[in-house]
Design a protein around this ligand. Structure first.
Ligand code: PGA
Length: 247
């Protein structure tokens, strides 16, 4: 099994001063981490964070990427631009983008394709809403979302990272139980296995109120290969505890 990946998703949080304190705190507290680590920061702070992370084992990530290569797309950031700042990962299809920015499965697939073409690893998010879970539709929804990115032109699916983030668990303090999360991860793994012999290599992250207290249990599940962490990634001690739990 490859190393686990612990990725922070800062969302629209931070400032020059707090970013510096947070990344210094994380760098200062890292003790020979056994997992891969990334922080996905707001686009405005990529340059600052690239500088603060130079020479550290923490990779830089973005929270989105344009589906277009370049041109008249006001407000968008291209994968080539991300690459100039040393970005290794881009979150794609986060539920907040699906919900507030109308991103469809097709748009998410186009973004994942664009990221791969530009040499950035997409972290593709999938997950059901509370209404979908209560209607017994969890499997159907996550399978449909994953199916959209499973056959990207010219790219092997094994190049992506997948994050299962039940929408009802994001920012709510309600975590999926390790069993609930593992159950969905097993479904996703089976779907990946049907698509590629490399399925075991694909990292399946869990996200949704993962924190210092529950990380170890979630990360010990057989098909949970890491975490995508929102709130708890904004506090260096909590993020460091989660990193240690992935070791
Ligand atoms: P949370 O966010 O850890 O604050 O629930 C996770 C995410 O949305 O990626």
């Amino acid at each position: 099994m490859s190393k686990k990946l612990i990725a922070g998703n800062w969302k629209m949080n931070g400032s020059l001063a707090t970013n510096q304190a947070l990344l210094q705190g994380i760098r200062g507290g890292l003790k020979a981490p056994a997992c891969d680590i990334a922080v996905c920061v707001p686009a405005a702070y990529l340059a600052q964070c690239q500088g603060l992370l130079a020479g550290s084992p923490v990779d830089l990530g973005a929270q989105d990427v344009s589906q277009h290569e370049a041109g008249a797309y006001t407000g968008e950031t291209s994968v080539a631009m991300l690459k100039e700042f040393g970005v290794r990962y881009a979150i794609v299809g986060h539920s907040e983008r699906r919900q507030y920015h109308g991103e469809t499965d097709a748009v998410v697939a186009a973004k994942a394709q664009q990221a791969l073409a530009g040499g950035v690893t997409p972290i593709v998010c999938v997950g059901e809403t509370l209404a979908e879970r209560e209607a017994g539709r969890t499997e159907e929804v996550v399978k449909r979302q994953l199916a959209a990115v499973i056959h990207l032109n010219g790219h092997c699916i094994s190049e992506i990272v997948v994050a299962y983030e039940p929408v009802w668990a994001i920012g709510t303090g309600k975590t999926a139980s390790p069993e609930q999360a593992q159950q969905v991860h097993a479904v996703l793994r089976a779907q990946l296995k049907a698509a590629t012999p490399q399925a075991e290599r694909i990292k399946l992250l869990y996200g949704g109120s993962m924190n210092a207290a529950n990380a170890a249990q979630l990360l010990s599940q057989p098909d949970i290969d890491g975490g995508l962490i929102g709130g708890a990634s904004l506090k260096a001690p909590d993020f460091l505890t989660i990193i240690a739990a992935a070791g």
